[in-house]
Design a protein around this ligand. Structure first.
Ligand code: RNT
Ligand code: ZN
Length: 412
């Protein structure tokens, strides 16, 4: 089918394909830097910790800032649209033998990233890194009973607020700063209250740092469990939801962070009624929070539908969060990000008014028939047209293979 025919087919349902393309073409995604190097970062050499895991050993992973930047460039080139880059504090860049620990990092350690972003006209988002570090004691950071540990991480959080503000000021785009801590227990704890009370106090302390709320949007990411942290997670959903609403900061929902039958797509509408803005980590949990590359699957589509049909594109910060070390990492970025975009386009192509009328008139029969029909509508042709308009080829494997041969394979 051609775009013209697809346009006619959608028009029969009352859907304008040009309008749909226009709606999604300027939606910025926050692309996570950590797919490029298996969440290693540049500030320490220890293993990845905190209950998250990368598996695989695909050759050519980025091990220096220059390599990561080059890989990101290719990914951004192959992803349509204009996006933000999402950095973790562990990606600080130290020069001339200098080093600053997490409780000492400063904006200057991210100057190269700011330059990178400036040169490409993109914004930056940020994340304090509360994992993969020797000051994580017994798996705990902000909730540790040890005041020295807690203080170290509170200071880290405060410094990250300053760095986020620096990003926003330098780039003229607000910076979303997401707080996620890995704290929890492998086995049944004796006291579930005190760690949460300490987490709350630590967060209060971090947020007592003055920062410009119009420039930095702080959010808090909840989680149900992690590897080695199966029985108890300090930053549970209830904790985080309650905390953000009390403090007027943003909730962040990662769709790998709930029980497998619980769906983030179903939570979005509820959160929109009580929060001006919300943030998402789009990932693909396979049986657990495995952070597989995002596919064009049912839940990704359902999440996109909730964003688009509730007119929430400007109220929801969409970030990607996955890390697969078993395939070409640039391809992982591009596949995952394109699938989020494709899902948004799919959502923008729904005859939402018609569907809603079926629901409101109680005609669930027609609703089911129509929803099933929509699954085989010519989305692919509209997607191809969108890529075409953006001057982007639908085939990205070739360019990635080329880069793999010339650049990745040359890396030791
Ligand atoms: C972990 C969280 C968190 C991390 C990143 C690296 O389960 O999803 O968002 O993936 O901060
Ligand atoms: Zn996440």
């Amino acid at each position: 089918m051609s775009y013209h025919e697809a346009k006619l087919a959608y028009a029969k349902l009352g859907v304008d394909t040009d309008e749909a393309i226009n709606k999604i073409k300027s939606v910025p995604l926050s692309l996570h830097c950590w797919q490029g190097d298996d969440v290693a970062g540049f500030d320490q050499r220890g293993p990845l910790s905190g209950g998250i895991q990368t598996t695989g050993n695909y050759p050519g992973k980025a091990t220096t800032p220059e390599e990561l930047m080059a890989d990101l460039d290719l990914a951004f080139k192959l992803i349509p649209g204009k996006h933000k880059l999402n950095l973790h504090a562990s990606y600080a860049i130290f020069e001339n033998g200098e080093f600053a620990d997490r409780d000492e990092i400063q904006p200057k350690h991210f100057k190269k990233w700011v330059n990178y972003a400036k040169e490409r006209g993109m914004g930056l988002d940020f994340n304090p890194t509360f994992f993969s570090h020797s000051m994580v004691k017994d798996g705990l950071t902000l909730s540790s009973p040890d005041p020295i540990i807690r203080q170290f991480w509170v200071e880290h959080g405060k410094r990250c607020l300053k760095i986020s503000e620096y990003f926003a000021e330098e780039l003229g785009t607000p910076c979303v700063m997401n707080i996620w801590i890995p704290d929890g227990y492998k086995d049944v704890p004796a006291d579930r209250l005190s760690p949460r009370a300490r987490f709350k106090e630590s967060l209060d302390e971090i947020l007592s740092t003055p920062y410009d709320k119009s420039k930095v949007y702080v959010c808090l990411e909840s989680k149900v469990f992690g590897i080695g942290v199966e029985s108890y997670t300090v930053g549970s959903s209830e904790f985080c939801m309650s905390y953000v609403s009390q403090k007027g900061i943003m909730p962040l929902m990662d769709n790998g962070h709930y029980h497998p039958t619980e769906m983030v797509s179903d939570k979005i509408s509820a959160m929109l009624l009580f929060n001006e803005k919300i943030a998402l980590h789009i990932t693909r949990p396979v049986r657990w929070d495995s952070d597989h590359v995002v596919l064009f699957d049912d839940e990704t589509k359902e999440i996109a539908k909730e964003i688009v049909r509730n007119n929430a594109l400007d109220r929801i910060f969409i970030a990607t969060d996955f890390f697969d070390a078993s395939i070409n990492r640039i391809s992982a970025w591009v596949t995952g990000a394109r699938n989020v975009q494709k899902a948004l386009l799919f959502a923008a192509l729904q005859p939402n008014k018609k569907l809603k009328e079926c629901q409101d008139s109680g005609d669930m029969t027609a609703l089911m028939v129509l929803q099933e029909d929509l699954k085989t509508m010519p989305l692919g042709d509209v997607w191809a047209e969108y890529l075409n308009q953006q001057n982007i080829s639908s085939d990205y494997l070739e360019s990635i293979r080329q880069y793999e041969k010339t650049v990745l394979e040359a890396r030791a």
